[in-house]
Design a protein around this ligand. Structure first.
Ligand code: ADP
Ligand code: ZN
Length: 822
């Protein structure tokens, strides 16, 4: 008899053992998806993580209900990697699985069943009352239905057993079939209806269309795109979209030509990720400095698995990556290229596709589930060399053989997942993944995180530097604008100092562009009663509300609840509510009134909700269709524009004054990064940093673009106050609906931890936002010495959790950890 360990997507620590029914014993292996009964009422899709001949003795083992696919859906070493993520980030492997797989590959409690169309009731196997009721229900809707809905509609308590017996009698089927869950994509192509190179036929064709007309235009475009006149070689396939774009005609024109028999239109199922644009296959020619850096990276990898490329903005880090990727692909292996922000994939994709063509694969959360399943399958079925460009979740893809991991902008906090678990940092996880594949990792940044730079300068990582911008462009000039001084002198209008306004104007006059960065979305971050000072807050969260003008609502940025703007102040009953401060919407409005002739674009969470919106905004700004780009941190990272000369940091204080040990680091990175968008192709770059706090130490380093000076300064602070990189931080969060309860619990919890861990424990305290979605939050901080055994600490944490739970001290509370918080 065989037993299988099955990983189920639930937040429970243990794994679950099931009996493998005889009919599966030949086909089932590690990595297969199965459906298993779970608890009293549910079925889950799980993944087999191990097989053994010895079953557990202390509890009754259930049978696996169903094997879903004929092949495993994960590859080595994915399961091992999931386990590492769970262990390191203190969550369950089930939670990791949930995050790792596209929804189309998992089924949760909503397992669907549907009637088997071939079913005939047999004499010796009559359906009982309850089974009949379920069948009737299913047949009445003629649709597949999730078990929990059936349970509700029939009122049957143990619907699972009914479903099981129906399954056994083959009256119903579980509708869980990968193949039917996603749809393939078709593409329409056009080709000439005559043989390649037949010039007589071609003359006839030309005679049949009007000279100078639309059909002729389409014909010429098709000849060019398909390479019809080229000596030798095959014809290129030409998509209809490409053709009508190139010829600037409509589909009707093409249809008319097909009707005449000039062209043929045909469709083909294509992989969603095929690329049909131009591929030069040429690598960028590196400058001497870049070439030397490339050699240095290769050399560094001889000694270190991880190397940091510290290169100033616009030094050509991307060009270097392209060379490294090429090297790996030519060696028949795969590369993972991580970027912190979906917006960045847009520009990169084009740059990489021109070199690597359809070996470029893109993956991020704006993809539909169908697309994700497609991609997963593609990687699962082929071990072809390729490069995957992706946001953080792409570390979970089923790579066959990684040879290289690039983590661009490695300092970015966007690599850290906040909610829900697993709260992993994709940069750190990627390094582990790389080592499981025997691959090398390159971290790239102009402003490396303090932790990374520390490791790179103390021998843990290799270090390679690029200190010059491409073509010797200067880094932009930084100007700190003292806003209180400017205000005193009357040199401010709205939120802009006259000087910032002047700089933007000068750029406009020279035909150049500007980027204005403001760290808040919405119109105004605060509403307040001007008469009594009352500030409306979210009912569920402990935050003030942001006014959004386009919907004319106050919105909570923590739970997204919208509220009508009150006509009168709820406190004093007077019409005194006004909005204060600036978000992107309001800056955009002001920019419109200041620079009426310019075209203005805005990029923030609200303008980029749909899949192609990033692409459209970035594309039109790149092409010069808009002159001023207003945006949140999305505009600060890694984008490469030719014509930006002015960058305005509208409110540097909101970046600098965040209450957290990383605030100085974050401020330095953000401002240096957004500054890096300026002057990439000319020497006119100027950055205006508006602040009420001009003597803040961070600013003096920024003025000089002095990363190393900043690093030394910050490192000294971290050493003095005992923060990373000198210790590791783990936050323990407790959440509860009841404020008093969470308060007591967190005190007792911290006290118990202190008994065991002494002064490594601090708190509990209230985080910056102490209530979110009606849950009160407390936080306990652990600082663990770098040389301490993290495994021991984690075991101890788990023991304490179990002990406190058993003592009924955590009832009603949610407990979770944040390891290496950002
Ligand atoms: P980084 O990633 O360091 O910010 P990029 O790789 O984006 O820098 O380079 C900045 C700009 O300079 C890009 O537009 C890039 O195409 C150009 N560039 C850099 N190096 C080269 C090179 N060797 N040949 C041609 N163009 C280059
Ligand atoms: Zn809220």
């Amino acid at each position: 008899m065989t037993f299988a360990d099955v990983l189920v997507p639930v937040p429970i620590m243990g794994s679950f053992t099931y009996r493998v029914p005889a009919e599966m014993s030949d086909t089932l292996s590690v990595g297969h998806r199965v459906i298993v009964p779970f608890g009293r009422k549910k079925f889950y899709t799980g993944i087999v993580t191990g097989l053994s001949n010895i079953g557990p003795e202390d509890y009754e083992v259930k049978d696996i209900a169903f094997q879903l696919d004929s092949r495993p859906v994960v590859r080595h070493p994915q399961l091992k990697f999931w386990q590492w993520v769970a262990d390191y980030y203190l969550c369950t492997p089930g939670e990791v699985m949930r995050a790792a797989m596209p929804a189309g590959l998992k089924v949760e409690s909503e397992t669907f069943i549907m009637p088997n169309p071939d079913y005939e009731e047999r004499e010796d196997e009559r359906l009982n009352q309850r089974e009949l009721a379920v069948m009737e229900l299913l047949l009445s809707t003629d649709k597949k239905m999730p078990l929990d809905v059936i349970a509700k509609k029939t009122g049957f308590a143990n619907i699972v057993s009914v479903a099981n017996s129906l399954l056994a009698k083959e009256a119903v089927m579980i509708s869980e079939n990968l193949v039917e869950r996603y749809r393939s994509r078709k593409e329409t192509y056009v080709r000439l209806a005559i043989p390649k190179g037949d010039s007589d036929a071609l003359h006839k064709v030309f005679d049949s269309v009007k000279s100078g007309g639309k059909q002729e235009k389409a014909l010429l475009a098709l000849i060019e795109l398909s390479g019809f006149m080229r000596q030798g070689g095959e014809l290129n396939e030409v998509t209809r979209t490409e053709l009508i774009e190139r010829a600037a005609v409509t589909t009707t024109v093409v249809a008319a030509m097909a009707k005449k028999g000039i062209v043929e239109i045909y469709t083909k199922e294509v992989n969603r990720f095929s690329y049909s644009g131009l591929v030069s296959g040429k690598l960028p020619v590196l400058t001497d400095a870049q070439g030397a850096a490339l050699d240095a990276v290769h050399k560094s990898w001889l000694e270190h698995d991880v190397t940091l490329l510290h290169g100033v903005t616009s030094s050509g880090k991307t060009e270097l990556y392209i060379h490294l990727i090429d090297y790996v692909i030519r060696n028949g292996r795969q590369a993972l290229y991580l970027v912190p922000e979906i917006a960045l994939t847009t520009q990169l994709t084009g740059r990489l596709q021109r070199v690597f063509g359809d070996k470029v694969v893109i993956y991020h959360s704006k993809f539909s589930d169908n697309e994700r399943v497609d991609l997963w399958k593609k990687l699962l079925e082929s071990s072809e060399p390729c490069v995957v460009i992706g946001a953080r979740s792409s570390v979970f893809l089923p790579f066959a053989s990684l040879g290289l991991v690039i983590v661009d902008e490695e300092h970015e906090s966007a690599y850290k997942q906040q909610d829900p678990a697993p709260r992993y940092n994709a940069r750190d996880a990627a390094m582990v993944l790389a080592s499981m594949h025997g691959a090398k990792t390159l971290l790239g940044s102009a402003t490396p995180s303090i932790e990374t730079y520390y490791k790179a300068t103390t021998g843990r990582f290799g270090l390679v530097e690029l200190t010059e911008r491409f073509e010797g462009m200067k880094l932009p000039e930084m100007r700190v604008i003292d806003m209180s001084d400017a205000r005193k002198k009357g040199l401010v209008s709205g939120t802009f100092a006259f000087e910032t306004e002047r700089l933007v104007n000068e750029s406009l006059k020279r035909g150049e562009q500007s980027i204005l960065f403001i760290n808040r979305r919405g119109y105004a971050p605060i509403a307040r009663c001007r008469l009594c000072g009352y500030v409306p807050k979210c009912n569920n969260c402990d935050v003030s509300l942001t006014y959004h003008r386009h919907v004319d609502k106050l919105v909570c940025h923590y739970c997204a609840t919208p509220y009508a703007v009150p006509d009168v102040c709820p406190a004093c009953q007077e019409p005194g509510i006004e909005v204060l401060g600036y978000g992107t919407e309001r800056v955009e409005e002001e920019v419109e009134s200041l620079f009426g002739n310019a075209t203005i674009a805005r990029m923030d969470l609200d303008t980029t909700r749909s899949k192609d919106s990033y692409e459209n905004i970035i594309d039109s700004f790149s092409k010069g269709k808009s002159q001023i780009l207003v945006g949140t941190q999305m505009v600060t990272k890694g984008l490469d524009f030719d014509r930006v000369s002015t960058v305005g940091v509208v409110n540097a204080d909101s970046v600098i004054n965040f209450p957290d040990f990383r605030s100085a680091e974050r401020a330095f990175n953000m401002i240096e990064q957004v500054a890096g968008r300026a002057g990439r192709r000319n020497d006119n770059g100027i950055v205006a940093i508006q602040t009420y706090n001009p003597s803040h130490p961070v600013l003096s380093f920024l003025l000089q673009h002095d990363y190393k000076g900043f690093y030394q300064h910050e490192l000294a602070e971290r050493r003095q106050y005992n923060y990373p990189p000198f210790v590791r931080v783990i936050y323990i969060y407790l959440k509860h609906r009841d404020q008093a309860a969470v308060s007591t619990m967190s005190f007792e919890y911290a006290a118990r931890l202190r008994e065991l861990l002494g002064n490594r424990v601090s708190g509990p305290d209230e985080p910056y936002v102490a209530r979110v979605q009606s849950m009160y939050i407390r936080r306990i901080m652990l600082k663990i010495e770098n040389n301490a055994s993290i495994t021991k600490v984690k075991k101890l944490l788990n023991d304490v959790r179990i002990e406190m739970t058993n003592r009924k001290l955590l009832s009603g509370a949610v407990l979770y950890y944040d390891v290496d918080p950002m």
